[in-house]
Design a binder for this molecule. Structure first.
Ligand code: CTP
Length: 412
């Protein structure tokens, strides 16, 4: 989590048992953050340290961050069956960092310490996050081990990422993935098989900007949070996601492909290009309805200040792309209202040919722009209207995806 605030417990981590195996690499310090993030998301994190890991980081750090005992010694009296219990309880086993030596031992099927014994005993999905010196990573034996672990044993491999390496070793593949990328990938694995797996979704987010001159523009207060939360949640559920976003200050969620745009026209073009093969379009962006008619080529000087700005309609993305909607495309619109929302949202459902409208009020405290929460009503083409309580935007995203599940086109 890159923000400082503690996140509320969330699907799919909440209440899930994770074994977090840590092996002996310098990147072990990053895994302390991962253990903390997963715990804050509601997971029960059992950390297992190898002997080499304890040269880099101690059990007390993990005990304090996870609030649970840390395991390391398979031969400690009274702990003889830890590997069986942990292996059985785990919903997922993640090893980070996974060193070259650990990969070799895992590929060979060794069970000479607690972590390798758990790997052999578990039936849970396994995620390995390698991190090592780039030449050790490139070595044919390490590559062969990774291929075997993935292809023959079905383990998922995340990374390593490119970047500066330890000990002034320059740049190369070998860096441990960032904690938020690991947490999201664990989330995707915990989701398992969902109706979104293998689907293709287009999600828009944020405001658009319509230029008045090279330095000034018309825009709105959309932060992009709702669209970003939807894109992250859909990716976690297994979809391929293109996130088309207007300008925002948010960190892109790991997983979805991000395409940045500025104007309503650019957003229309980006959505149109992404539509072939799409299963759903979620228009969470607050697209401009109007824009300055004509853009000054130079900055408008104070002396030449116009007394009025001429406006013209901006393209309506939903309306302008309808000719390119693939058969069965599920379309979700978002209506932000300040007046009689329900009547207006019902009208938009029909006039924009939507399957679902998510209505929220810009005037209600805790809902709408620039806040982390939202109170919405979901109105379906089938006439069903669900009013949800005040929820985090993450929880609203999950509720929208739950409802959208049944509206997705039938699989071929
Ligand atoms: N929308 C769009 N293109 C626009 C404006 C809106 O695609 N130029 C989409 C929004 O992304 C949203 C839906 O249309 O999913 C409803 O947006 P909203 O602004 O509430 O409705 P409008 O149709 O623009 O009507 P009004 O602003 O008059 O309420």
């Amino acid at each position: 989590m890159r923000s400082g605030a503690a996140p509320a417990p969330r699907r799919p981590w909440q209440g899930r048992h994770l074994v977090l195996g840590v092996t002996g690499g310098i990147a072990a310090y990053k895994v302390a953050q991962l253990g903390r993030d997963l715990t804050q998301l509601g997971a029960l994190v059992d950390v297992v340290l190898t002997r080499a890991a304890r040269e880099f980081i101690g059990p007390v750090t993990f005990e304090a961050l996870t609030g649970r005992p840390v395991f390391h010694d398979i031969f400690e009296p009274g702990h003889a069956l830890d590997h069986i219990r942990l292996a059985r309880e785990a919903d997922l086993v993640c090893v980070a960092p996974a060193t070259a030596d650990f990969l070799a031992r895992a590929a060979a099927g060794r069970a000479d310490d607690l972590l390798t014994a758990i790997l052999l005993a578990t039936r849970a999905p396994v995620l390995l996050c390698p991190a090592m010196n780039d030449r050790m990573y490139a070595h044919a034996q390490t590559q062969a081990n990774l291929r075997h672990l993935h292809q023959a044993l079905g383990y998922e491999i995340l990374g390593p990422a490119l970047g500066p390496l330890a000990f002034g070793e320059g740049e190369g593949p070998g860096r441990l993935e960032e904690p938020d990328v690991m947490a999201e990938t664990i989330g995707r694995a915990l989701e398992g098989d969902t109706p979104y797996r293998g689907r293709s979704l287009v999600v828009t987010a944020g405001p658009t900007r319509e230029a008045l001159d090279p330095v000034r523009f018309l825009s709105n207060r959309s932060s992009g949070r709702m669209g970003f939360a939807l894109a992250a949640a859909a990716w976690r559920r297994g979809a391929g996601v293109l996130l088309v976003s207007g300008p925002t200050l948010l960190e892109p969620p790991p997983g979805p492909r991000l395409q940045r745009v500025e104007t309503a026209e650019e957003m229309t073009a980006a959505v149109r290009a992404a539509l072939p093969g799409a299963d759903a379009l979620l228009m969470a962006a607050a697209v401009a309805d109007f824009r300055p008619a004509g853009r000054a080529g130079q900055k408008i000087k104070k002396e030449a200040m116009p007394t009025a700005i001429d406006l013209e309609p901006a393209p309506d993305v939903l309306v302008c792309t309808q000719d390119a909607w693939p058969r069965g495309l599920a379309v979700v619109g978002f209506a932000l209202e300040t007046g009689d929302g329900l009547a207006s949202a019902r009208r938009k459902l029909k006039s924009k040919n939507l399957d679902l409208v998510v209505l929220n009020s810009a005037l209600e405290p805790g809902a709408g722009f620039e806040v982390d929460t939202n109170r919405v009503v979901m109105l379906g083409r089938d006439g069903r209207e669900d009013a949800l309580p005040l929820l985090s935007k993450h929880a609203v995203a999950e509720a929208v995806l739950d409802r959208l599940e049944t509206l997705l086109p039938k699989r071929a």
